[in-house]
Design a protein around this ligand. Structure first.
Ligand SMILES: Cc1ncc(CN)c(N)n1
Length: 228
């Protein structure tokens, strides 16, 4: 059993709950409210900027050139391949790249990315990869599941989302993260593995909270304060 087999067993109930989540189901069934999707897409864009920083941190913490290159490629793939999806959606919705980049971050997005970045900064290279693993892997897992739902890949609006996250290119990104953590786990004690597992579990919960934020179109608890 690989380390990621163990991780998957631990979070399986949480990940299964993603597929039951109204926002994810709405993408797969093509029934999602467009305004909810726009809110999600803008929050996700600024999320991906912070997420990219974790790859940069991983690259600086890498102990060898191979690992450094993997992090650099993941950074490149996120900024140039995954974020292009968001830029293309934004164009469809008449949102400029500048507006997209200037999106005010929601509470859920701030909490999630702050956690990822702090974990990546605190530990060694294993913390950086542990912080991004649930992100890359769960999206690929969801994308592949939704791709099997009737009509999901062909949907006029949400088909591109399902195509991206089930694509070969994105599968490669997720598999690079999986291979890297399995490699790193080989020399770790049970105590260290448990610490990595905790980061993975917490980020899996944060993924759920991100879907909730998208479904509820939420920002911060007291709306009027945010406006002033
Ligand atoms: C919140 C979130 N988590 C994961 C992914 C996939 N990189 C994403 N785009 N957004």
């Amino acid at each position: 059993m690989t380390f990621t087999d163990r991780l998957f067993k631990t979070v399986e109930p949480v990940w299964n709950s993603y597929l039951d989540h109204p926002f994810v189901k709405g993408i797969g069934e093509g029934t999602l409210d467009k305004e909810k999707f726009i809110h999600y897409m803008k929050q996700d864009y600024v999320y991906l900027i912070e997420y990219s920083r974790v790859f940069a941190i991983g690259s600086t913490k890498a102990n060898d050139l191979k690992t450094m290159t993997i992090f650099a490629n993941l950074l490149h793939g996120t900024m140039n391949f995954e974020m292009d999806l968001h830029r293309k959606y934004a164009e469809k919705f008449n949102i400029s790249n500048e507006e997209l980049e200037a999106t005010e971050p929601s509470a859920a997005m701030t909490a999630y990315t702050s956690y990822m970045i702090s974990q990546a900064q605190l530990g060694g290279v294993e913390n950086a990869i542990a912080a991004v693993l649930a992100c890359a892997w769960s999206y690929n897992w969801i994308g592949k599941k939704l791709a099997e739902w009737p009509g999901a890949l062909e949907h006029d609006l949400y088909g591109n989302w399902v195509q991206m996250y089930s694509s070969e290119g994105f599968t490669e990104i997720a598999e690079n993260c999986i291979d890297l953590i399995n490699d790193i786990a080989k020399d770790k004690s049970e105590h260290e593995l448990k610490r990595i597992e905790d980061i993975f579990v917490r980020t899996s919960y944060f993924e759920y909270m991100f879907w909730e934020m998208a479904e509820d179109v939420s920002m911060w608890p007291v709306k009027d304060l945010a406006k002033n």
